[in-house]
Design a protein around this ligand. Structure first.
Ligand SMILES: *[C@@H]1O[C@H](CO)[C@@H](O)[C@H](O)[C@H]1NC(C)=O
Ligand SMILES: *[C@@H]1O[C@H](CO)[C@@H](O)[C@H](O)[C@H]1NC(C)=O
Ligand SMILES: *[C@@H]1O[C@H](CO)[C@@H](O)[C@H](O)[C@H]1NC(C)=O
Ligand SMILES: [Zn+2]
Length: 430
């Protein structure tokens, strides 16, 4: 997520310190501030890997997608520092007869990113559910409704997904059972490693800190897939999915932008989409710029980079789910219990559908505006056309009959047709 401590209220500890336990508390405080999010904690519950996907099973899910070569492309060359796959997927209808058709119906190009923070299992699970749903509609024995649903979604979007941005971090969590681990294999927070206000106060130069930004922008091999795909494809929208709280963030979240009150040019349009998304699931997301939602900053984030450097019109960080509490456990802050997982991911499903539907409408509106300046008022253009046709047909008939009977026979008819037309566009144009 963007947030830094993901809702952990560490500063409340000194408030509880009293008299003789001050020293103990300060020891605790020191321990918590320096280590709490990196050191393993006693967990309230942990994942059951027959329900949650471990890395091995995530790999199997991706392998399964190879069954749909006409709809899913799997790119395997993007790798982590320890040579694990990040699974870049491209989901679209690749069976199109001609390129021309594709250009005619221009769809939004959207990039989703999952798995940036190692301990946030839920976003990846949610992605798997969404992808399974879409590809489910391609199976031969599926019901007609699901088939149509998939056809419709595929007709609306050209979708790219980075399914597991930080596989080494995930491997570390699975191996050590340290469910507080957030970074890569070297402890870098990927979501601070990008070249937008890199190095500011909303990140850390301390290699032990969970917001360690790395040595330089893009110092981490895991960051390169984001850079590469955005230079290859011109995206309309980018979404970075996290968990820890129910928030939808709009850029910019860096320290300097907070001072400058810098926001994207199309902030109103972004707020409209965020508002729609916040209503699309039962989780009622709060949304806005991060200065409005939280009181800390984040420098070098991926979504700020996508907005500020790559100029992607819509760039969001979405925190899908969270259960905030005071205790020290980690897994339950970011992820539901195994036996609740299925329900949560199905609750989240409409969010993705809403993103796709909204942006598809936005894109057609935009294209229509660019190609036809009258497209905003089609009824008026139609009105003019009908008026023109009526007038010229009347004139031709009149001419044909050499003016004689003309006024008597046709005036009435003409008035009727003008009246009919007037109801379809503003009267003063008549
Ligand atoms: C992943 O989970 C499955 C259980 O679903 C288990 O059989 C397998 O050993 C796990 N793999 C690793 C590497 O932990
Ligand atoms: C996918 O999700 C849609 C919307 O929730 C649903 O109507 C459809 O049946 C699902 N498809 C499959 C194959 O589960
Ligand atoms: C993919 O496109 C082809 C050609 O336009 C079309 O016939 C087919 O129904 C589409 N498939 C899906 C699943 O939408
Ligand atoms: Zn996160």
């Amino acid at each position: 997520m963007i947030p830094w401590n993901h809702g952990k209220r560490l500063p409340t500890i000194p408030g509880r310190c009293k008299g003789q336990i001050v020293i103990l508390c300060y020891t605790l405080l020191f321990y918590s501030v320096t280590c709490v999010d990196v050191e393993p904690q006693k967990e309230i519950y942990v994942p059951n890997y027959n329900v949650y996907h471990n890395l091995t099973r995530i790999g199997k899910e991706v392998e399964y997608l190879l069954k749909f070569p006409n709809y899913v492309k799997v790119y395997t060359h993007h790798k982590s520092r320890q040579n694990r796959q990040q699974y870049l997927l491209h989901i679209s209808n690749f069976t199109k007869h001609s390129e021309k058709f594709d250009n005619l119906v221009e769809k939004p190009r959207i990039l989703f990113s999952f798995g940036e923070h190692a301990r946030e299992f839920l976003p990846v699970e949610s992605a798997i559910y969404f992808i399974r749903n879409l590809t489910g509609g391609l199976l031969p024995d599926v019901d007609g409704f699901s088939r149509q649903f998939t056809q419709q979604i595929l007709s609306l979007v050209d979708l790219y997904i980075i399914l597991m941005a930080n596989p080494d971090g995930r491997h570390h969590v699975e191996k050590t059972k340290n469910y507080c681990w957030r970074g890569t294999s070297t402890g870098v927070d990927l979501d601070r490693n990008f070249e937008w206000e890199f190095g500011g106060k909303g990140s850390s130069s301390d290699t032990e800190d969970e917001e360690y930004r790395g040595k330089d922008p893009f110092s981490e091999p895991e960051s390169l897939v984001f850079q590469e795909i955005t230079s290859d494809v011109s995206f309309d929208a980018f979404f970075s999915f996290h968990s820890g709280i129910n928030h939808i963030y709009i850029p910019y979240s860096d320290t300097k932008s907070r001072q400058l009150k810098r926001v994207p040019d199309n902030i109103q349009e972004m707020l409209r989409l965020a508002a729609q998304l916040s209503r699309s699931t039962k989780y009622k997301y709060r949304f806005g710029t991060s200065h409005q939602l939280i009181n800390y900053t984040a420098d070098g984030t991926i979504f700020d980079y996508m907005a500020g450097i790559q100029k992607i019109p819509f760039s969001f960080t979405v925190e899908l789910w969270g259960k905030q509490h005071q205790g020290m456990s980690c897994f339950d802050l970011f992820n539901p219990k195994s036996d609740e997982l299925q329900k949560v991911v199905s609750n989240l499903h409409p969010l993705y559908i809403n993103i796709i539907r909204y942006l598809s409408e936005w894109k057609s509106r935009n294209i229509a505006k660019m190609t036809n300046p009258y497209s905003e008022r089609p009824s008026m253009v139609l009105g003019y056309m009908l008026l023109g046709i009526t007038a010229s047909v009347s004139a031709m008939i009149c001419l044909h009959r050499k003016f004689r009977n003309c006024p008597k026979i046709y005036t009435h008819q003409r008035i009727v047709s003008l009246k009919t037309l007037s109801s379809s566009f503003p009267a003063k144009n008549l």
